[in-house]
Design a protein around this ligand. Sequence first.
Ligand SMILES: [Fe+2]
Length: 281
Amino acid sequence: MPDNFNKKDIKLHRCNVDLIGGMIFINFSDNPTSLSNVKRDLAEVMEMYDFENMKIAAHKTYPIAANWKVTLENYQECYHCAPSHPEYSLSHTLKVVPEKFDELQKPMESRMEACGIKNIVHDQQYEKQEEGQEQFAYGRYALYEKYKTGSKDGTPVAPLLGNLTGYDHGGSDMNIGFLTHFLIYNDHALVYVFRPTGHQTSVCDQYWLVRGDAEEGVDYDLEKLTWLWNVTTLADERIIVDNQKGINSKKYAPGPLSDMEYLLDKLYDWYLGELEKAKTN
Ligand SMILES: [Fe+2]
């Protein structure tokens, strides 16, 4: 680089950057949505689990031969969980039909306070999105009684996160924007970042987070920590790619959604609305 170089000559573009719980969020739009509501409304969540001081214990990239919308659809419904994810379905109650769901949440809800977990719900996902603000959602659901966390046998795989004092046998789903999703257990958290990479290719970057002072080999074992979501994501890749092959068929015609795919209707409405807005801008 010459001594007299001028930053402007490098032709870099400006990029919108913001921080939430120590994580860097980037938006390439010329007219980015604001993260101010997300920061305000998720502040308690970030503090409770101490996201600011978590560290990345593992990161895997899963290339998926499917359009990003097919990949994202898969993550937004659990109709496929029971038949496709036997490992996940042993521990997570999201696989059940909505009528049975509330009853299964009660044991967890009765334990939350004693474990230092506030019962926070933000159900703004795809609906009630304030103009100019990024969409987000947060809510907690129960694991089956034997499971303290998302692990092979239900036993913890890392030290308790943040200010937590025990196991309520639950996990929190959270999303910030529609491509960044989280699953927060008491001892570790998962981050899933979906990226379009081509017309029929996308990527799921998966991060396993543990508390910042946890030491590999002492406080956590990478194989045990990553087992569940590695095996589950590989199964998802298979069914997503199969879906894309079906969609590519000249005989393909979309069918009705099941009750368990309620979020997909909202996703479609939201996405079509965004396309309309983009046309008029
Ligand atoms: Fe899945």
